[in-house]
Ligand binder design. Structure first.
Ligand code: NAD
Length: 251
């Protein structure tokens, strides 16, 4: 098992990629702190992990709030122990509007959850990880942090910011044996993408535009990347954005 005796704090664990990663990490031996603003979603993830023979706890937190981010780390330590792995994955898509139409509050909300949420997760976990001898942090960015997407100014800014703070954290804490990497998924089949599509399915033409493989990705394909980055298999990787996008950003 790749994560035997490890403790993994995963945000956005109540749905999509966070849930699938929780299940995979647990299968690989980790105990999971499933963090989500959607408490029911987090509890369902715990149920699924336990049904598969793993151990997990659920905790409700809004990652954009400092007090909640502190509490999620403290509760993980109290109930499971110091996290060896922190997967800052929670995020929202925000409203699809051009810069001129997007309300200030909608811009701020996306930045608060998608960027400050990742920053707070690192801020409160890192001191504990240092005392514990180190660990691995995986932050969810997006190809939206690498290329521009129309109607997504706040989302692109937040995800570019996640790549930036991933590099900074890797520089600042490498000597404490903490590796920090980011994943840049392309289009992945999760509730977020079906919300963006309004519940419908993507046309073949649209799929071919965003993936040279002719299909969108599965959450399991991102979970396996997260597992690689969280485990010792990636022991010399730090500060890097890992693109897993079916070729969307090749050219
Ligand atoms: P999802 O909507 O299925 O899951 C996101 C989870 O985050 C939900 O459970 C939600 O309740 C939780 N969440 C939202 N706001 C929160 C907050 N303030 N505090 C705590 N939890 C909160 O979406 P997903 O596709 O699994 O997205 C996971 C991550 O991957 C996000 O950061 C998203 O931006 C990113 N991403 C998704 C895609 C994609 O194609 N699906 C592509 C690139 C990046």
């Amino acid at each position: 098992m790749k994560l035997a005796n490890k403790i993994a704090l995963i945000t956005g664990a109540g749905s999509g990629m966070g849930r699938v990663a929780s299940l995979l990490f647990a299968k690989e031996g980790a105990k999971i702190a499933a963090i989500d603003i959607d408490e029911k979603g987090a509890q369902e993830t715990v149920r699924l992990v336990e049904a598969d023979g793993g151990k997990a706890i659920a905790f409700k937190a809004d990652v954009s709030k400092s007090a909640d981010a502190q509490a999620m780390v403290a509760t993980t330590i109290a109930k499971l122990g110091v996290p060896n792995i922190v997967y800052n994955n929670a995020g929202i898509e925000g409203k699809a509007q051009r810069i001129v139409e997007l309300a200030d509050e909608d811009f701020d909300r996306v930045i608060a959850i998608n960027l400050r949420g990742v920053w707070l997760g690192m801020k409160y976990a890192i001191p504990e990880m240092i005392k514990n001898g180190g660990g691995a942090i995986v932050n969810t960015a997006s190809i939206a942090g690498l290329v521009g997407l129309r109607n997504s100014s706040a989302y692109c800014a937040a995800k570019a910011g996640v790549i930036a703070i991933t590099k900074v954290a890797a520089l600042e804490y490498g000597r404490y044996n903490i590796r920090v990497n980011a994943i840049c998924p392309g289009a992945i089949d999760t509730p977020m993408v079906s919300r963006i599509q309004g519940g419908g399915t993507m046309s073949e033409r649209a799929v071919n535009r965003i993936s040279t493989l002719g299909r969108i990705g599965k959450p399991e394909e991102i979970a396996r990347t997260a597992l690689f980055l969280a485990s010792d298999e990636s022991s010399f990787a730090t500060g890097a954005p890992f693109i897993v996008d079916g070729g969307w950003t090749i050219g």
